[in-house]
Write a protein that binds this ligand. Structure first.
Ligand SMILES: [Zn+2]
Length: 487
């Protein structure tokens, strides 16, 4: 009997030890924290979003095609408002569709929580009313610019000459293009944007990948210090200015990994050729997983701008426009051919030489005493062709771009010096020439030093007379010099 109790106690102790060991450690001996118990409020919020999605699923096809996941729920202190991320799960692979999430906005009413989704008309106005404790003004601005509508961007382009922005020969997934809005919105700032991601690996994550310049340009903006996985706006990015298009365009590469942009490319003005390494695609900023968000816009004042239609030379469908199978099937008006994956034809260009050119008018050392300076010159590029011709002038100690893209082998330009605040004295002129691969002149072709002697604000003429004590001067026109008449 005593033996039996002893054996029983022993089994109990062994079992207890085994159980407690197994509870704290997973298969690989790593501690797995228990799943947090979902709070009743979070559950209510999820239910409110799901019921709104159900209502909209007849006109928002994405809600029917994909499974929806709701996370990143934040509630205001007084529990009157909340926000949450909506992300898509591919029902076949059970993996996240990497892209930017949708933001659901929630309000507490007498009937419980109500959700406003990005596909709702009132979403933008509801976004503006979100208290700062839920979204900082900067973060709000990011969402507003992402969903802002434009009236003119979609009429620009298409712009060509792009290559898929990753290593040649490698295949990546297009997770979406025109369905950045669902349903597509041709006036939305992301309508012509692309999300590219690598296949999910055995651990279920989509790995980072190297990004190569889709087209040449000069660094306009670079942000590289946000920590990987930090999901606050805006994330890391590099923006390349492309003067070979008219108007000048800006290529945005968004969600890059911390410090992955090469040090030399963090300096605005640095030249980049097509196929040059730019950084690693991560998921910094509003992103549901490692992917590259790529779009081209025309806004020089921000990393973000309204996207324009572009075509890739290495995309064989829709005239160079990548679309997913889902997009091609449901929205053929934006391209009826779809593919899941795309093979890049991007390689660092063998063309390393910029164009050549010269200025022949005005002559070196000339003194100019007129408001309009007539400039003539030539430029050429034998390898990839002339991309852009700009005239630059140095005054006040800095070089300034003074002409639009002239893009012609023989060019003339009349520079109105009164459009800029140029002091009298020496002014230098030169050319900035870019070829179609992005090779840019750095040696100031056509450089000449001139001398400006012209006053843009002529001395006002003295008045016809000075009124005396019993007179008044009457001015009826801006240039009327006055006439003194007796009172
Ligand atoms: Zn995107």
């Amino acid at each position: 009997m005593r033996n039996r109790i002893f054996i029983g106690a022993l089994i109990y102790i062994v079992l207890l030890t085994f159980l407690s060991f197994n509870n704290s450690y997973g298969h690989q001996g790593l501690f797995i924290p228990p799943e947090p118990t979902p709070s009743p409020i979070n559950q209510e919020i999820k239910l409110a979003i799901r019921s709104e999605i159900k209502k909209q699923s007849s006109n928002v096809i994405g809600y029917l095609i994909y499974n929806v996941q709701i996370d990143h729920i934040i509630t205001s202190d007084d529990l009157s408002k909340a926000i949450a991320w909506i992300t898509y799960i591919d029902p076949q692979s059970k993996t996240l569709v990497n892209g930017e999430p949708g933001l659901a906005i929630l309000r507490q009413t007498s009937n419980g929580w109500t959700a406003i989704l990005p596909s709702d008309q009132e979403w933008l106005s509801a976004l503006q009313q979100i208290p700062d404790e839920l979204l900082s003004p900067d973060e709000k601005q990011t969402w507003i610019s992402m969903y802002a509508e434009s009236t003119n961007a979609s009429t620009l382009g298409p712009f060509g000459g792009y290559l898929l922005p990753w290593e040649g020969g490698k295949s990546l997934y297009l997770t979406r293009s025109i369905t950045h809005y669902n349903p597509p919105n041709p006036n939305g700032s992301m309508h012509y944007a692309f999300d590219f991601a690598a296949a999910h690996d055995s651990s279920g994550t989509s790995p980072m990948f190297e990004i190569y310049a889709s087209k040449g340009g000069r660094v306009k903006y670079a942000r590289w210090w946000q920590i990987n996985g930090d999901e606050h706006s805006p994330g890391n990015y590099i923006v390349l200015e492309d003067t070979t298009t008219s108007p000048t365009t800006y290529q945005l590469y968004l969600h890059l990994a911390k410090d992955s942009i090469p040090v030399e490319l963090r300096v605005p003005g640095t030249n980049v050729v097509q196929g040059e390494y730019l950084g690693l695609a991560d998921d910094t900023g509003y992103s549901t997983g490692n992917h590259l968000h790529f779009h081209v816009h025309t806004n020089p004042d921000s990393y973000w701008g309204n996207s324009v239609d572009i075509t890739f030379d290495d995309v064989p469908i829709n005239g160079g426009r990548p679309r997913t199978l889902y997009e091609a099937q449901h929205y053929p008006e934006y391209g009826s051919e779809g593919q899941s994956t795309y093979v890049s034809g991007n390689q660092i260009t063998s063309d390393k030489t910029p164009p050549t050119g010269d200025i022949f008018t005005p002559e070196i050392g000339q003194m100019i005493s007129s408001q309009i300076w007539h400039i003539e010159g030539w430029a050429t590029d034998d390898d990839s062709g002339l991309g852009s011709v700009q005239i630059i002038a140095r005054y006040n100690g800095l070089w300034h771009t003074i002409s639009p893209n002239l893009n012609s082998n023989l060019f003339t330009y009349d520079w109105n010096i009164c459009d800029s605040d140029i002091p009298d004295g020496s002014v230098s002129l030169a050319l900035r020439l870019v070829d179609n691969k992005g090779n840019t002149t750095t040696d100031y072709p056509g450089l000449r030093h001139l001398f400006k002697q012209y006053s843009c604000t002529p001395e006002p003429n003295p008045p016809a007379c000075h009124p005396s004590a019993n007179q008044v001067a009457i001015y009826s026109m801006s240039n009327f010099q006055g006439d003194c008449i007796p009172l």
